[in-house]
Design a protein around this ligand. Structure first.
Ligand code: M6R
Length: 592
């Protein structure tokens, strides 16, 4: 996601802030900006779309003089990459400036409340409401810190926030909830960053903020409180022993592992797109045909959507874009709704498929991660999954966002068509809210590591599942072959006996994905068939070998995939491979 930098001391803040942003480039971004206060108390706010070096070149920070400021690299979530949407953002007076990493889920309500009070907004971002909220509370509060406290009470969502203001020009105010934030402790100077590499060349001593911590940092003082008690918290000073590249991964060995640990947050963020999905669902419900179109992992998420719609008696299809674009596209018309799913928004086959469908007057809705990408410009409507930048080639947290969005979208279509009872809809929606916590539990299951060790040298893998977990089988197999280079096939469990069972033997491991519900017993019979041929069977699901928490069977694909992501990761590492950069693969496939 976005990167945050902050500096207060005796050095030249603009230069230091850009140096720090450079070290955070790996996090992915589309815009960069800084805000700094000069001796006369004025806040300067240069920012633009583009690379840190480009923005820096235009500004020549070595000429600017200031000892306090904040910086930001933006990875767009609300509003396309542009100068006006780049951070930091100011209030109406220009005296309060905020940089933010995360998502303010209730920003629409806050924006309309503040607009009614006369606040003027310049950008499309969720962040700008924070600057105006602080401005609003500063009118009645005695200090910036108490205005910040009031502001934090109003925010829902994830945030790491830095605030500077000409009212207290020697302090950087900070707050964190669910987005990372560290304070680097120097001598006569202090640093703030989303990640330690930003200040490792200056200091290795750091405070790590916890959820709902807030406070301020000046040249010689750091005060941290927690919103639960409003009392000062004594923070432990951490000595950072990692090198810069480990620190980029926040201590994880690989980006893929870090991104798997971000899956709970990815699920939470995808749920925040309910309004966009509801609008799309209303339009899809009026169509006679609904087609999910995507490539690779994203296609598997579309398949889950198809199964959910069918569960409610709504006809639906899912297509691989490279096939769709040359045949099915000819059958498109204005009664068809196409849902494209893509992390990058730049996949050539997906773009060609939706362009073709659009020419035939189909309605195009897209579920996308990268804001402002090509697919978002072609589509009639877009829902963002807001998973943050995915750096590892193998898609993990974006798949969680995609499968959750396809699930919620399909439930909303079923509701718009009157195919699901209000009671069932509410039950599933409230269970969806528990999913982030349950993903976290699944990620923390230590047994996965052992199972990976026992199977690291296996040559043949089968992943089998039925109905809504058939896509989970496909996705589990894809992940394993992508990063471990072993043969893995995903199969509908009922198809085993129509051919593939011939190659099962004692050198084969079968991953059997189970779920409660009408097909549970049938799945058990398939497991017996595999065991009878000598294959080793590992069950995946609630109370299984690769265990996940219990959930509604319709939501089980979101949990069942988590241990399979981990398994693929561990097997790759045990084989001595680099899971982040598998051979022959590119993160976005922009050619046919
Ligand atoms: O960016 P997209 O979601 O459109 O990418 C689609 C596929 O190329 C992608 O999911 C690919 O299969 C991943 N490497 C899977 O991990």
């Amino acid at each position: 996601m976005c990167g945050i930098s902050g500096y207060v001391g005796n050095g030249n803040a603009p230069e230091i802030l850009f140096d720090m942003l450079k070290k955070l480039e790996y996090r992915g971004y589309d815009s960069a900006g800084i805000a700094y206060i000069t001796g006369d108390g004025t806040i300067h706010l240069p920012k633009d779309k583009g690379k840190v070096d480009e923005v820096r070149r235009k500004l020549r920070p070595e000429r600017l003089k200031s000892t306090i400021g904040v910086g930001h690299t933006r990875w767009a979530t609300h509003g396309a990459p542009s100068q006006v949407n780049a951070h930091p953002h100011a209030d109406c007076s220009g005296e309060i400036v905020v940089a933010h990493n995360g998502i303010i889920e209730n920003y629409v309500d806050l924006k309309s409340e503040l607009s009614e009070l006369g606040h003027k907004f310049k950008s499309e971002t969720d962040t700008e409401v924070i600057a105006h909220l602080v401005e609003h509370y500063m009118a009645s509060e005695k200090s910036v810190l108490s205005a910040l406290e009031k502001t934090l009470e109003r925010l829902k969502g994830s945030f790491a926030i830095t605030v500077i203001t000409s009212r207290e020009p020697d302090k950087i105010f900070i707050a964190r909830n669910e987005s990372p934030m560290l304070v680097g402790l120097g001598v006569g100077e202090n640093f703030i960053a989303s990640d330690a590499p930003a200040f490792l060349s200056k200091t290795k001593k750091a405070l790590i903020l916890e959820d709902m911590d807030y406070g301020f940092v000046s040249k010689k003082t750091v005060v941290i409180k927690n919103l639960s008690t409003r009392k000062e918290v004594k923070k432990k000073v951490h000595k950072i022993t990692w090198g810069a590249s480990e620190a980029e991964k926040e201590g994880f060995q690989h980006f893929m592992l870090k991104e798997i640990h971000e899956e709970p947050n990815a699920a939470r963020n995808a749920l925040s797109a309910e309004k966009e999905l509801e609008e799309i669902a209303g339009k899809l419900a009026k169509k006679t045909r609904i087609c999910f179109v995507a490539c690779g992992t994203a296609y598997h998420a579309g398949l889950v959507g198809k199964y959910i719609l069918e569960n409610y008696g709504i006809p639906a299809e899912a297509f691989v874009a490279s096939e769709f674009r040359y045949s099915t596209v000819e059958t498109m018309d204005d009664k068809t709704g196409v849902v494209s799913i893509t992390q990058s928004g730049e996949t050539a086959d997906t773009i060609a498929a939706i362009k073709g469908a659009k020419k035939k007057d189909a309605y195009i809705a897209s579920i996308v991660n990268v804001v402002g990408s090509s697919v978002t410009r072609i589509s009639d409507d877009v829902a963002y999954i807001r998973a943050g930048p995915e750096i590892a080639v193998a898609s993990t947290k974006a798949y969680i966002g995609q499968v959750l969005s396809c699930t919620l979208l399909s439930l909303l279509v079923a509701r718009a068509k009157g195919r699901i009872s209000a009671h069932e809809f509410e039950h599933l929606k409230s269970e969806l809210k528990n999913i982030p916590r349950k993903i976290k539990e699944a990620v923390e299951n230590r047994r996965i590591n052992e199972i990976a060790e026992e199977n690291a040298s296996t040559k043949k893998f089968f992943f089998i599942g039925r109905n809504i977990n058939y896509p989970t089988a496909l996705e589990g197999a894809l992940k394993l072959k992508e990063i471990s280079y072993v043969h893995a096939e995903g199969y509908p469990a009922g198809e085993l006996k129509h051919g593939p069972i011939a190659i099962l033997d004692q050198d084969t491991t079968v991953l059997a994905i189970t779920a409660e519900g009408k097909l549970r017993d049938k799945m058990h019979s398939n497991i017996q068939e595999a065991k009878a041929r000598g294959a080793k069977v590992i069950t995946v699901g609630f109370e299984c070998d690769l265990d996940v928490p219990k959930t509604d069977p319709l939501l089980s694909p979101i949990l069942n995939i988590v241990p399979l992501h981990m398994l693929a990761y561990y097997i790759s590492v045990l084989k001595g491979l680099d899971p982040d950069k598998p051979r022959n693969l590119a993160k976005s496939v922009t050619v046919e």
